[in-house]
Design a protein around this ligand. Structure first.
Ligand code: GAP
Length: 441
């Protein structure tokens, strides 16, 4: 049976779609405003049970793809707090800043490069100050005396560069090889905006891939292809992704070539990921500032400083792009419905199990049996016995559950169940022993 009629999502205005995503993710336990009961804290968001499941699925898939399935990648989990000299050496103390202007009357601050008219305050219309550079690192004090200055890291990358020597000494890797890390990063953004797109605390998945300088163009092309593959595997619509060759003036201080992967978010086209050729900038700077040798010794005994290609992926921007792409409205069975068209791998819940009627103990106990059996193989399974089956389908559609499994009176006779598909609404009769295969990734 196919209940599906028509798709009408294209008729929505973009801000409307964004509002609907924010509202759905709050209502269904994906993402909440940070510190909400105290009025929030700008630029912070909290992930609820479904949001954290989605985010963990993204991170596990990334780790599997880029670390576990490869022989040339070394995972690390470095401390967020690092010696302040790391950030002096990396150039962040001197140069990790955005241009800031301030209203001379209401004191509201804006990022100058985001303003169309730099002469007037967007809030009160008064004149704005001269532009100045604002460093985005969060400073902190370490220790009981508070006399040791540190920063919350603004990128995970430096945790890898400072461990380069440890990896070379302990793992004896062959060039080219990479280091990979997933973790939090913090930036005191002047104007956090667009839900989880630009926040002050976020997560990154980064790779520092160490190469021989002469191979940098070949390696850059290789990583472009790897990033394209990743984008397609997480289900993003290729037509919404644009590759931007970042001009010299706009590149970070360490980069000789950068390509930004932009995504057509509901609020407009903006950066999703980046690929940068960081040369030997970071390793050389750390060698200079720490006095340690940051070199690789090849089979002939030659020592040299490798160059680096850096693919970087924002976790939260991935979540937002995946949500934006997955958000769909259509009509099914004569009713409007909203569903999230997640891939099977990313869906926070892989299947929901229902007893047809919740007041029939024999159905409930058989459904419990099926639920327990599936949960052993696939933990992301949900139990639902609230309301009628139609309502349960709609609830599961809204959180993107690919399959709903209903246990009815026939199940008690022949061990078959109804499996209903989220996207088409089609239902098929399946034997219980086939279920694990159907719901596993
Ligand atoms: N290590 C290189 C680096 O940090 P970046 O372009 O500044 O480069 C990398 O950041 C990625 O981190 C971005 O492509 C984006 O996905 C994510 N990101 C950066 N700032 C962010 C913010 N304020 N909120 C959410 N994600 C952010």
């Amino acid at each position: 049976m196919n209940e599906r009629k028509k798709d009408n999502s294209a008729t929505d205005t973009t801000s409307n779609v964004m509002e609907k995503i924010v509202s759905l993710t709050k209502r269904r336990g994906f993402i909440f405003q940070g510190s909400e009961i105290y009025g929030g804290l700008a630029g912070t968001w909290d992930y609820g049970p479904l949001g954290v499941a989605l985010k963990n699925n993204i991170k596990s898939l990334w780790w599997k793809r880029f670390v576990e399935e490869r022989d040339d990648m070394y995972g690390v989990d470095a401390a967020i707090l690092m010696n302040e000299k790391v950030w002096e050496a990396s150039g962040h103390v001197g140069g990790f800043s955005d241009p800031l202007v301030e209203c001379n009357k209401c004191k509201k601050r804006f990022r100058a490069d985001h303003l169309e008219d730099k002469s007037k305050c967007l809030e009160c219309g008064w004149e704005l100050s001269e532009e100045r550079q604002f460093n985005m690192m969060f400073e902190t004090q370490v220790g009981a005396q508070g006399d040791t200055k540190s920063y919350l890291r603004p990128e995970t990358a430096q945790g890898m560069f400072v461990n380069f020597k440890n990896i070379v000494d302990t793992m004896r890797p062959k060039l080219p090889f990479g280091m990979a890390q997933i973790g939090k990063a913090f930036r005191n953004e002047i104007s956090p905006r667009d839900f989880i797109f630009r926040t002050r605390e976020f997560e990154q998945m980064e790779i520092e891939y160490f190469i021989d300088e002469k191979d940098w163009e070949k390696q850059f092309e290789y990583w472009l292809r790897e990033m394209r593959k990743w984008i397609s595997d997480i289900g993003l619509n290729k037509k919404k992704v644009n590759e931007l060759e970042v001009p010299g003036d706009d590149r970070a201080h360490y980069s000789k070539r950068t390509v930004d992967f932009e995504y057509d978010f509901p609020f407009g086209v903006s950066e999703l990921y980046g690929l940068a050729y960081r040369t030997d900038y970071d390793l050389s700077k750390h060698a200079e500032h720490s006095g340690e040798k940051m070199v690789y010794r090849d089979a002939d005994g030659n020592e040299y400083t490798p160059h680096v290609i850096e693919p970087t992926f924002g976790v939260d921007r991935t979540v937002l792009a995946v949500l934006s792409d997955a958000y769909t409205e259509d009509e099914m069975g004569g009713e409007k419905r909203v569903y999230l068209k997640f891939t099977q791998e990313l869906a926070p819940i892989k299947a929901a199990v229902f007893p047809l009627l919740k007041n029939k103990p024999e159905l409930v106990s058989k459904a419990r049996e099926v639920y327990e059996m599936l949960k052993k193989d696939v933990p992301q399974i949900m139990w639902d016995d609230n309301g009628n089956v139609g309502k349960r389908y709609r609830r599961q559609d809204e959180i993107g559950t690919p399959k709903c499994i209903t246990i009815d009176f026939d199940t008690l006779e022949d061990d078959t169940v109804t499996v209903r598909d989220r996207d088409t609404g089609e239902q098929e009769r399946v034997n219980i022993i086939e279920l694990s295969k159907i719901v596993s990734v």
